[in-house]
Structures are given as C-alpha cells and as structure tokens.
Design a protein around this ligand. Sequence first.
Ligand code: AHG
Ligand code: MN
Ligand code: MN
Length: 344
Amino acid sequence: MAGIKTLGQFILEKQADFPYAKGELSRLLRDIGIAAKIVNREVNKAGLVDILGDVGSVNVQGEEQKKLDVFANTQFIAALTCGGECCIVGSEEEDEFIAIDSPVSVDAKYIVCIDPLDGSSNIDCNVGVGTVFSVLRRKSVEGKATLADVLQRGTEQVAAGYVVYGSSTMLVYTTGKGVNGFTLDPSIGEFCLSHPDMKIPANGKIYSINEGNYMNFPEGVKKYLHYAQSTDQATNRPYTARYIGSMVADIHRNLIKGGIYIYPTTTCSQDGKLRLMYECNPMAFIVEQAGGKASDGFRRIVDIEPKDLHQRTSIYIGSKEMVEMVEGFLAEDKAASGLKVKVG
Ligand code: AHG
Ligand code: MN
Ligand code: MN
C-alpha cells in the first residue's frame, strides 16, 4: 500500500477539516464512489453484453434514453437509498425528484442532483462518457424534504464531482477546499489519488463548442470564434478546436490542459441545452475551486436562482482569461443591441 492513497482514505482524512462533521458527507461520497465503480464495470463491457442501444423510453427532456443511462440511474439511486445519508435524489433521468424514505434515511440531510450518464450518445462508439453530481444540504428541519429543498443556488453546494469513464476512469470532486482527482486502479478496484489539488491554467489554447450550430449562435459567440481562429503569435492563436460531445470529458481535458467549453443559447434553444442543477452547477463549483470561471455569459452559473429541477442554462466554463474574453464580446454585443433598441 506504500505511496497509495485511496478515495476512502482521503475522504476520511479530509473529514478532519470539518471538526463537527459526523461523517455523513464522507459516507455519501463513499456511496457515490461505489456506484461509480459498478457503472464503470458496465461501461467497460458495454460492447459485450446486450446493454447497448436505446431502451425505448423518452426522458423529461424529450431525449431517447440509452440502456446504460437507465442502468447508471438505477445504480446511483440504489447506492444513495441504501447509504442512508440522502433524502432526495434529483436525476436527469427522472421527471420528478425521488424522495427517499427508507428506514435508514430518516435523518438524512443531503440532497443529490445527478446526471447519471453524460454523453450517452457516445457509448455505441467507445468514446468517453461521465457522471456528474451535486450535493446540497437540506434546509427544512421537519417533515418531508420538498422541491424547495432541492431548488438551491449553486453557491449552496457542499460538494460536487464527476466521474469520467475514459481511457482510464477518474473521479474528481470538491467539498469547497480545492479539487482532487482519483484514478481507478482496476487491479485493486480502488480510486487512488492521482491528481492532488488540481488547478486549471488561467489561459489555454483549446476551445470546445458544437460549431455545427454556428448560424444560430449569439453575435458575441461568433465574434469570439473569429477571435479564436485568427492568427496572433503573442496570444498563441489560432486556438485548437476539440469537441467530444460529452461535457464531462471535454471539461476534464480543458481543466488539465487549459481551455474553454461553451454551450451557448441558440436561436433554436433560447435557454441553452445543458441543465443547471446536475450538469452546470457541479461543473461550475469544481472549475471555480480549481481557479477557473463558469458563467452563463453574464453572471456566475452558481448565482442563478433555480426554478425547476430540469432548468437549462447557457454555459461558458474553463480558464479564467478565456471566459472573461468571451464575456467581453457578449457584453459589447448586448450594449450595442440595447443602443439599437433605444435609437429605434
Ligand atoms: P446527456 O448525454 O447527459 O444528455 O448530455 C449530453 C450533453 C453534453 O454532455 C454534451 O456536451 C452535449 O450534450 C452535446 O450536445 P450537442 O450534441 O448538441 O453538441
Ligand atoms: Mn449530460
Ligand atoms: Mn445524461
């Protein structure tokens, strides 16, 4: 064991940072880690068993669910139900939040919002997929926890993390004291600390966006793309385009190398595509903890007041200077269109 620190050991060690902690959050994170290992096993053998392809049902977003989406959803909900620390799960794959009222969960004070399988359209072709989770503390003190307990701003998150099932499988999480990454060692079946105190470079060379939607982008985004593609030695441009189509994998790469991930509003989807509670908030918490920025173009993602479990938002996330640059283009454009409205 010399030199190896497992996720379990690390979580226990970090519990000491919170002198009054009773270990509930530690146990919750452990439960998520266990479910992640089970999902990882299935993702890895997806080509071998009859688990590929659509399951036929359609989730609340009107998207077709893949079999592994359903499997991952079931595993995380089961782990959180048995673990006893979670009173509500809000999942991308469930229309309504799930209230857990098993005997072991009577005093549970945590709420988990989760995207059990992110990038699921990539499964059939062996491309990286992920899981994203956000942990909130229940606010109400008596009775059953309600939707009002779930709909908290991202600033209220007590922990957030993601798992990326890639060429190796990693779990990255924060409890608001920096970001740490763990790589799954399949030979011992443990996540081992491999990326302590992760920091995202202040600037980078990679931009990640689905450029197929270019015609429908806001003017500010078009201007930023023009900037990113223009040649300038001093600022290391043109940048490099990288887009996997799994947000977790795209942001994970940019976190390590420096870069920006953008999913803007478009003329077709005016609220953006990605979901605030279980995609954008947790990734924003992690990236901010790593020294980066996450905004909807105009304000911090974590400041957005949620009104719905499945609410969508635009997102600009990654290296601080890159996010600020695109925010500048968007602000310029907003000011110019405000001026046009006044003149008209
Ligand atoms: P999910 O598989 O959980 O529905 O999420 C897919 C998301 C995100 O991971 C990805 O970056 C984005 O959708 C891709 O969308 P486009 O195909 O529109 O680019
Ligand atoms: Mn997703
Ligand atoms: Mn998903």
